[in-house]
Design a protein around this ligand. Structure first.
Ligand SMILES: Cc1ncc(COP(=O)(O)O)c(C=O)c1O
Length: 391
């Protein structure tokens, strides 16, 4: 369990739900405790047009189990899963059409950025990106045709935190849908729907599955109209996850709270160490008092995961030397797995963002993103120390 003093209380019975929400032996003829992986692509009709399941793209028992668990963990009515996190966001974007307007955060995962910048704009949707940590920026960006507000909080890679409640209020007053990418915190630490958001989006690839052996995404909502649209897009566009992958994520969710507690304590230990290191210029971790939205973080979350970043004292050469010197950490994209990773966003995860935009945001070559895993924190700290000394 994490020490989350000063944060919102951890959601009640979450650990029990994480373990039990997928377990329902009476549902299966075999009375199995672990739900079966149903690989069948098609299903027998009881009589013409009468069926329990029809075709795997339209529905599958293993997918239903996972979507049921996602609803339970967020106390939500509907969950729709997709073949990736980007597939999930693509479904949201495809609810809209030419002439609509979106307000989105100015700092986000490179793939999310690309979807808005290239694909949404190609649909004829107008997109305004603003720093959503400043509420007035969102108010002034709203137009009569604004249909969607989309943010990551904390953002990838800069770890900026936005006020979900305040943005939800703006969305409501303007009849816009508010979608929050919650991949960094999961429903254990942050519950956007309870704070007024309409849709929570996940790259399940990250903490939710937790073992980096699946690519998958999800949207969770209480809004029936949005659910019906998203379900239709999931089916109509065919952006579904496979049954085997669904069963892996279902298994991963059982240990989500246990893993996140450890990610939190490990990342705070690393952040405090790096903050005092002479070769580090700045550390950004929402759990540190030095973080500009530390008070907001404590007000709207129950804790923080393993995500953080640092600006090293150097440039591209030092970043590359640092990356070559690490031994326990691995240089790789992605996040939220048991193993600790580092990445250099400017040349890896965020290379698809134009250089001038990166520069303006401060995604510079000396920015290192860290995904702190579940290893012994002492080993992580000594690995970072030796690599910083070697760069
Ligand atoms: C915050 C965030 N959202 C969405 C995605 C996209 O998810 P996926 O890789 O599952 O498509 C990522 C991937 O890194 C991410 O970091």
């Amino acid at each position: 369990m994490s020490d989350n003093s000063g944060y919102l209380p951890l959601p009640k019975s979450f650990i029990t739900k994480a373990i039990h929400s997928s377990t329902d032996p009476d549902r299966w003829d075999s009375m199995c405790i672990v739900p079966p992986i149903v690989l069948s692509a098609t299903f027998k009709h009881v009589s013409p047009g009468k069926f329990k399941y029809e075709y795997g793209r339209a529905g599958n028992p293993s997918r239903d189990v996972l979507e049921g668990s996602l609803c339970a963990l967020e106390d939500a009515k509907y969950a729709v899963t997709f073949s990736s996190g980007l597939g999930a966001l693509n479904a949201v974007i495809n609810c809209y059409t030419q002439g609509d307007h979106f307000v989105v955060g100015d700092d986000m995962y490179g793939g999310n950025y690309r979807l808005f910048d290239k694909i949404a704009k190609n649909l004829g949707v107008d997109v305004t990106s603003v720093d959503t940590t400043i509420i007035d920026n969102i108010k002034s960006a709203m137009k009569p045709n604004t249909k969607l507000i989309f943010i990551e909080t904390p953002t990838n890679p800069l770890m900026k935190v936005s006020d979900i409640k305040a943005i939800a209020e703006i969305a409501k007053n303007n009849h816009a849908i508010f979608c929050v990418d919650n991949s960094f915190l999961t429903p254990y630490f942050q519950r956007p729907l309870e704070l007024g958001a309409d849709i929570t989006m996940y790259s399940l690839t990250k903490y939710m599955n937790g073992h980096a052996d699946v690519i998958m995404g999800a949207l969770v909502t209480n809004n029936k109209e949005m659910h019906d649209k998203l379900r239709f897009i999931q089916y109509g566009m065919g952006i579904i996850p496979g049954p085997f992958d669904c069963s892996l994520v279902t298994r991963g969710l059982k240990t989500l709270p246990l893993r996140l507690g450890r990610h939190m304590s490990n990342s705070l230990a690393v952040a405090k160490f790096l903050e005092a290191h002479p070769r580090v210029l700045k550390v950004t971790h929402p759990g540190l008092e030095s973080h500009p939205q530390h008070a907001l973080t404590k007000r709207q979350t129950s804790g923080h995961s393993g995500m953080m970043n640092m600006y090293i004292d150097g440039s591209k050469r030092e970043s590359e030397n640092f990356a070559k010197a690490i031994k326990v950490f691995t240089l790789a994209g992605s996040l939220g797995l048991c193993e600790s990773l580092i990445s250099i966003p400017s040349i890896m995860t965020h290379a698809s963002i134009p250089e001038d935009v990166r520069k303006e945001l401060n995604i510079t070559d000396n920015l290192i993103r860290l995904s702190i895993g579940l290893e012994d924190p002492e080993d992580l700290i000594s690995d970072l120390d030796q690599a910083l000394k070697a760069m």
